[in-house]
Every structure is written in C-alpha cells, then in structure tokens.
Ligand binder design. Sequence first.
Ligand code: 5AD
Ligand code: SF4
Length: 457
Amino acid sequence: MKQKRVHIITMGCQMNVYDSEQMLRLLAPLNFRPTSQLHKADLIIINTCSIREKAEHKVYSLLGRLARMKRLRPDLMIGVGGCVAQQEGHRLFERAPHVDIVFGTFGLERLPSLVQQVNNQKKHIVDINPRGTSGLLCVTEPVFQTERATAFVTIMQGCDNFCTYCVVPYLRGREVSRKPEAILEEIRLLVKNGIREVTLIGQNVNSYGRKNGHGCNFPVLLEQVNDIEGLRRIRFTTSHPKDLSDQLINAFSRLDKLAAHIHLPVQSGSNRVLKRMNRGYTREDYLKKIAKLRSVRPDIAITSDIIVGFPGEETTDFEATVDLIQQVGFDSFFLFKYSDRPNVPAAKFSNKVPEAIKRKRFNRLSEIQGRFTLEKNKALVGTIQEVLVEGRSKKSHHQLTGRTPCNRSVNFSDCTARVGQVLPVRIVEAFSHSLLGSSVKGHEEYVGENGGISHAA
Ligand code: 5AD
Ligand code: SF4
C-alpha cells in the first residue's frame, strides 16, 4: 500500500488534541503517516471547536484557505471533524463544497472507513451519528511526530452540567467515563514510549466514575495512576468547582506525582450571575475550596476561566468578579467575552451586554491578570524549580523549554539535557508568559522536594 501523509489542524481544547492523536492512530493502518507540512499532505483534517463564536469563525476562514489548495490539487482529501462538524453536518458543504468528509464528535473509530469511501470515489460523506466510543477507544500504540515527554489521556467524555452558556453537552453528549483499566493501560504504554507526564482530561474530571459504576471515583483513579512506575507527573483538567471533593483536595497532599496546579474555572464572582449560568456554587463556596486547597498544598498554582458580559451582567456583578479575582490571586486565567451559541438557554436571555462594554470589562480584567501573573512569576526569580524538559524553545532554537510543577514555561540553556528529563533549574528572569532559567546540575536526574519548589540558598 502506497504511503500517504496526513496533516491534522487541531483547534480548541485539550480534548481535541487527544482526539487528533487518536485519529493519527486510527489512520496508521491505512498507511497514513503524519506530516507537519500542509502542502505535503494527501489528507488534511480540521478538528474543530465551536465552544465560542470566535472559534467557529476561524474554522470557516481556514476552510477558505484550503479551497485554494484543493483547486490546485483536486486529489487532496479534506475532512472536518469535531464540534463544528457535529453542529453543522450537511450544512457545512453549502459553505465549503470542497470538503470531502464531515465527521462529528462521536464516531472517531469510523474515520478510516469514511476515508476509504472517499478513496472509492464517494463524495460529501457525513457521519454525525451520536453513537460511538469516541475518545474512549481501546488502547493502541501512540503515534508521535516528534520526541515527546507529555501527553493527554481522556478519562471521560461529555458533560451533564448544562451551564446555560455552553454548547458542550449538546455537541459532545452526556457524561461517559472510560474504564479505569483502559486508562491505566494507555498510560503504561505512553510511559513505555517515553512519556513522563500525563494530563488526565475530560469536561469535568471531578465527576469521573459517578455514573458508570466502574467502582472507581476520580481520587481513586489518581491514586492508581500515581502508582505507575516511570511516570513522573500527573495533571488533570477541567475541574468543576461544585464537584471538587475534600477527597480530591486531600490528594494534593498525599500523591507525590500530582503537580501543584489546579485549573478551576469560576466564570464569575457574582452569585446572581453564577445562578443564571447554572453553575451550582456560590462565590463563598468557591473561596472556601480555594482556602482548603491552599491549606493542604500552600504552593498550589490556581488558574481559572472567566466570562465577561454574560447576559444581564451589571456593573455590580462585574465588580464582584474583580473582587473575587483579587481575593483569590489567580496565577493566571483565561478570559472570554460571552458569545451566543446555537440553542443554548443563555442565547434567549434578555439584557445582552453591548459589545463595547464587554470589551471594556475584558480589557480591565486582562490588565489585572497581566499584572498578577507577572508578579507571581517575579516571585519565582532566585528559586530552583523542577523542570520537565519538553523540547526546544520555539523562540530560540539554542534553548530548551519545559514546565515547572505549577505549569509555568521555563526556557533555559543546557546542551546535554534530553527531552523527558527532570532537572533543577534556577529562575533568573520573569516575563508575563514565561520564565528564563539556568540549569543547576547539568543533566543529572533530579528528584525535587516540597513538590518540586525549593528556595535558593
Ligand atoms: N461564551 C464565552 N465563553 C464561553 N465558554 C464556554 N462557552 C462560552 C460562551 N458561550 C468558556 C468558559 C469555559 C471555557 C472553556 O470557555 O469559560 O470554561
Ligand atoms: Fe460546558 Fe459547564 Fe459542562 Fe464545562 S461544566 S463543559 S462549561 S456545561
């Protein structure tokens, strides 16, 4: 069979990064090998995201660019997967007739058969059937394009929470947890292939195992992952504050491989808005959980997601968010301007916030966030951090890049270090989005104390 090349453009969240890797694994038996060069690909797949309006616009502008490529190379096969595909189905061909395959979020395992159908001259194939095991596939050998130290592992799919602004439960379906044995087997296989850090992913990992009766909840799963030999670090995302149990909070003090970082989206600091969002917690509940996290793991980095301009958000609501941000002192947060999504309840809410006000609120929080993050980064100057080497720095090919346990990027020079090593690095300079370090012990393997954070003598 002639070897072919596939290029996958991944948009949106970590779930999509994982799904794209699954696609590569599934296409390998059809003799497709990954290529990082778009113009060399026989098959281009866009794995789309429609969580916010902006993400959806990007998909169509990218498809416009691919139309030109298809005119020059009619044999080029183009597939669109993920949330936009699930949402649009056949409609996608109206705006982008050059697309060959539209496949949704549920039946990834059917992708090879869809590709074969196009090879057999079929046109405009759509599969948005909500039956399938997408993201919960059986375990196969990973396909890596370059040497890697970190990987995502899906532990659950879908969401039952129905936050009023969010499209995920409609496009990714209800919550389904993957069997613990499959997760553990996949992680062992990844470790065998050089992976040292895994991020367990799902829309709401805290409710892992709640429905499926695998006899294992999330903290228990974490404990089993922690026991895997050769694995150095565990992360997870995303956590819903209402489901963050004391058992999970305590895991941060018990499990030595669990990195000192939690992403805990708060969305708003106003109880009135949180209620209209259907988030299921108050700002007081949230602040209590933050205090508990810090009491068991004082060095924990806390990051979040915040939406500005939710329908009906008044100045006082916004000020409550500003106040909460200042009280928590997040290490960083992702900021979003509310956008209507198809068929979600909030799209029908009245009192939409004008774009200009959304922008003003966004800019104000963005300024606060920039200041906070820089301050937190500066506080690390002079400390020695345990850095897991991930590869060459994108900015300077002479430097390596890696992450601290609290998820900060560190660039540093060390000509002997290898991808996957954990090294002590002294932080010498702080920027808004990264740190500059200098390697302390050359290439020796290093086991940190205090969750990997120690202070310079
Ligand atoms: N508008 C703006 N932001 C949104 N998010 C989800 N839906 C919307 C929407 N309709 C944000 C939330 C979520 C993150 C992944 O995207 O903050 O946590
Ligand atoms: Fe969307 Fe809410 Fe589910 Fe997160 S918890 S995926 S924001 S519905």
